[in-house]
Design a protein around this ligand. Structure first.
Ligand SMILES: Nc1ncnc2c1ncn2[C@@H]1O[C@H](COP(=O)(O)OP(=O)(O)O)[C@@H](O)[C@H]1O
Ligand SMILES: CC(=O)OP(=O)(O)O
Ligand SMILES: [Mg+2]
Length: 394
């Protein structure tokens, strides 16, 4: 029977998945898709590697993450009846300071990862619930956790430190950084797209999805990143505030009498693009809106990206390439145009037509720094790690 590897990527608004042919080192894609609307009106959608739809089906109203996962495995088996799912690789957002690489999950590992739930409340509990519900369905299945934080674990100490007493650092209160599977994929794919010499230089990648962060890559390694201890820091996001004076939190608690749960709800769910605009966390809706609040939300979003670009360029000591990726980075040409306009200080000159066509290169020949649009593929990166662990296990 042929082997397949199922990959699950639980983002803050969806479960994305991929089914890969585990018999080949290059891991060809069999099918991929997502379940959207978990908690409201869930829908399972998948297409094959040529983007032809395979399934488009509504799931039970209000179904849980676990039930959605079970529906997915059922689909994988029905569709690929001649295939055995040998392993499931999961995106797990937080690995803390214990996990610096992919790991096969067992009860001990799950126990350690549970402790990190408060550090990634939008993601970690869903990631772990998925692993647990699959373990209950299929106890012998190899399940592998691949961490968003792992790619950043070699950050220089100064980039990880907060200006707090050292005992807090020792206790794990430090910058971890996220979206590491996306940045790892970029480090791997960029030489073939932007050229080996440029990719081996100083590159800033902006991962702009529902969550958003930026990373400074030097010689393909992360040396600085905008997210921190949690996935709240850095850029404003769909519903998260990004960088914020910690004095605001103290003020809300002491003067407004807000509990920590209420502050968490505000900062994780009611801030960012949604909070500022009062309209939506979806950039498509904001770009289509005439409301002043939508315009202000977009203005702050691009302002903050430009500001972080400056900071990361300073850390890198210069800039050889700038790359946009993830939902907004790959699809929102007006946002890229606004960022590039603000980044004229770096000698960036936008090629409008190329930008409208989504690149891959979106700057003119005389731009001092080339800017690229490169689709990310966190799932494929997870599949690679999972395959390596499966090989170790045999
Ligand atoms: N054509 C588009 N124009 C503008 N924004 C888009 C477009 N397509 C997708 N997006 C944005 O991308 C976001 C989702 O990005 P994605 O990387 O899939 O997020 P996540 O993995 O965090 O769920 C959506 O919320 C939406 O704002
Ligand atoms: C870490 C994070 O913010 O992930 P996502 O963008 O998938 O929400
Ligand atoms: Mg994502």
């Amino acid at each position: 029977m042929k082997d397949a590897i199922l990959i699950l990527n639980s983002g803050s608004s969806s479960i994305k998945f991929g089914l890969y042919d585990g018999d080949h080192a290059s891991l060809p894609l069999i099918g991929h898709g997502q379940i959207e609307g978990i908690g409201s009106t869930p829908r399972l959608y998948a297409e094959d590697r040529h983007n032809a739809p395979i399934i488009d089906k509504s799931l039970e109203e209000g179904c849980s993450h676990g039930q959605a996962m079970a529906a997915l495995v059922e689909w994988g088996r029905t569709r690929e009846a001649a295939r055995d799912i040998t392993a499931v690789g999961h995106r797990v957002v937080h690995g803390g300071n214990l996990f610096s690489g992919p790991v096969r999950v067992d009860e001990r590992v799950l126990g350690e990862l549970d402790k990190l739930n408060p550090l990634a409340p939008l993601h970690q509990p869903h990631n772990l619930a998925g692993i647990r519900s699959l373990a209950a369905l299929e106890p012998d299945l190899i399940q592998v956790a691949c961490f968003d934080t792992a790619f950043h674990c070699q950050l220089p100490k100064v980039a990880k430190q907060f200006a707090l007493p050292p005992r807090l650092y020792e206790d794990g209160v430090r910058r971890y950084g996220f979206h590491g599977l996306s940045y790892e994929y970029m480090a791997e794919i960029l030489p073939s797209i932007i050229g080996e010499r440029t990719a081996a230089g100083r590159v800033v990648v902006a991962h702009l999805g529902n969550g958003a962060s930026m990373c400074a890559l030097k010689e393909g390694r992360s040396i600085a990143t905008t997210m921190g201890f949690t996935a709240l820091d850095g850029l404003p996001m769909g519903t998260r505030c990004g960088n914020l004076d910690p004095g605001v939190v103290l003020y809300l608690q002491s003067e407004w009498g807000m509990s920590s749960a209420e502050v968490a709800e505000l900062l994780y769910h009611q801030s960012g693009l949604l909070g500022m605009s009062g309209i939506s966390n979806d950039m498509r809706e904001l770009l289509a809106s005439d409301a002043q609040s939508a315009k202000e939300a977009i203005a702050l979003y691009v302002y903050r990206i430009n500001r972080e670009l400056g900071a990361l360029t300073a850390i890198l000591g210069g800039l050889d390439a700038f790359v946009f990726t993830a939902g907004i980075g790959e699809h929102a040409a007006p946002i890229r145009a606004r960022v590039c306009e603000l980044a004229s200080w770096a000698g960036i000159r936008l090629d409008e037509k190329a930008n409208e066509a989504h690149g891959p290169r979106i700057t003119t020949e005389d731009s001092a720094v080339p800017v690229w649009v490169v689709p990310t593929d966190e799932e494929w990166m997870i599949a690679r790690h999972t395959q390596a662990i499966v090989h170790q296990a045999h």
